[in-house]
Ligand binder design. Sequence first.
Ligand code: AMP
Length: 543
Amino acid sequence: MHGLMMDMPLLISSLIKHAAQYHGDTEIVTRTVEGPIHRYTYAEAHSRARRLANALKGLGVQQGDRIGTLAWNTHRHYEVYFAVSGMGAVCHTINPRLFHDQLTYIINHARDVYLFVDATLVPLVEQLADEIREVRGVVVLTDEAHMPKSDVLPRLICYESLLDEQRDDFDWPLLDENTASSLCYTSGTTGNPKGVLYSHRSNVLHTFGAALPDSLNLSARDVVMPVVPMFHANAWGMPYVTTMTGAKQVLPGPQLDPASLHELIESEGVTFSAAVPTVWLMLLSWLNETGNRVDSMKSVVIGGSACPRAMMETFGEKYGVNVRHAWGMTEMSPLGTMNTPLLRHANLSKKEYYDLCENQGRPIFGVEMKITDDEGRELPRDGKAFGDLRVRGLWVAKSYLGGAGSSAFDEDGWFSTGDVATLDANGYMRITDRSKDVIKSGGEWISSIDLENLAVGHPGVAEAAVIGVKHPKWDERPLLLIVRRKDSKLDKAEILTYLQDKVARWWMPDDVVFVDELPHTATGKLLKTKLREDFADYVLPTA
Ligand code: AMP
């Protein structure tokens, strides 16, 4: 027997329709690529998204076509998100920091028919022009006054002129909710990038999950600044969650330096933000140097790589900002877990509280997880056993576009994340490594992430990485690489003494190397493959 409830499809267009109607005068504020601050409302954003949908139709874009974007977080990129998905095409966000070959691979693999590009990124597209043959035109996200010239790109269209020609009478189609809405390639550290194709249904369900109090906890009373780029796993869902809840949005454009971010936080009264640890590392050290504060901020979500304990403590104790440590993946739309305390944690000491915060958190409703051994057998949830982290759920990919990487998906519908983790009896998950990054010393695993987190707790350390280096007796031993903080004179003896009483003796790094910088992937994660290559022949003093 079927229930007798309406069968309304879950559609992305419904989010912006709702925001325009019920939060119509709430602002979306952008620091534009051209420089000045732009302000308008959800009602205006909706009207422009509808004009853009008409324009896309005029350009011959059909449902199912892929539209690539190379753009920072701005109101125009936001309009592209909603217009493209809303009309039934696929919004394919591309990370402009990727290498030339990755960019051409991704654009060709996705078969993008148009690219929507910030004016400053047009030179990047010019370099790709000869190799991206299916792209029919490039729409520049600017007005006539700022239109670049290009001898290389034959069809350069001005975004604002395109909109000027249109009416805002577009009716969002009632699509099947499983229609593809958006596409994002994972920044894999090996092999070709892999496409994750989201649906309207998965995105809207993720939006509900992300808005929950123990997830991002957003409401119409918040002022939200997504610093995480809209090309990194849909800015962790924030364009959708802010729209669903009707929160005011502050989009920082391309200027992600601490002074620019701080100016927006202060002038717009930002209450909530989210980004990878690197961004916050820079902001915190700038706040420390300048004596500025972030008093309007209530909470910040940090993920993408492990959030150092020292960062959570500084935010919490010095600035009164609650840090939510989150874990996710492009394949998971991306939210998987969020770290919030339970009722039973009400009386924790500060130390116990920050111990808890170091976990990546508990699964959000809609995501199931387990850890398994090398044979795929489930391991106990005792906080000690660690194994391959597998997930499934309402917004988890069931395959990659074109069937690549199929070995990550098993026949029971679980996706193998490539992360190594523990799960405890209270449901808290803790990442100990990426499967390729674990250090195996004498057959025992050493967590490089735990060592890195401890090392950055030292005031003289700006950034740290730990990799396994060949050792004749133990097979591998940990090597600690450190970027010193400005003006720090930290040396090997001091950092080793600092670590001594914090880790088991056999976890202690066998050597420490000070470097000027560490390599990162396009989304700001440590590029350990490069480090392992660079230090492949490194001879440890203990070897
Ligand atoms: P991406 O799809 O580019 O967002 O990368 C996902 C991967 O980033 C995960 O599989 C983890 O290896 C890593 N990651 C994300 N969040 C965290 C976190 N809070 N702690 C440790 N690693 C993380």
